[in-house]
Design a protein around this ligand. Structure first.
Ligand code: SF4
Length: 105
């Protein structure tokens, strides 16, 4: 399963991984909106998706991300994780896809 935001795959993994343990903040919001899904607090994103003709600098999700922090508007995150099995594109994770200490998760 792949999750896209503004034309980029931001998270990828098996359906079970992505739906049970979403890692990217956008995926978390999507999964929280599934009716009847495992009880988790609904995450309502602010604003609307930007125009594809005016993609934000840095992480393209940063204007709407509930976990945005200092580097997000400045630098686009790279794809991290196991090639072909599970990966996420977010500054909250290190090169191995492990959550970084001190970041809000
Ligand atoms: S890189 Fe930053 S703004 Fe983008 S999804 Fe991750 S925490 Fe949110």
């Amino acid at each position: 399963m792949a999750v896209m935001y503004l034309g980029r795959i931001v998270e990828e993994g098996t359906a079970s991984q992505v739906l049970r343990q979403p890692r990217h903040p956008y995926t978390e919001a999507l999964v929280s909106a599934v009716p009847g899904a495992k009880k988790r607090a609904r995450i309502v994103l602010k604003g609307d998706p930007p125009s594809p003709e005016a993609i934000p600098e840095g992480c393209r999700f940063h204007p709407r991300c509930p976990k945005v922090f200092d580097i997000c508007p400045l630098k686009s995150p790279t794809s991290i994780g196991d090639a072909g099995s599970s990966r996420v594109e977010c500054h909250l994770y290190d090169e191995a896809g492990i959550p970084l200490p001190g970041k809000m998760l």
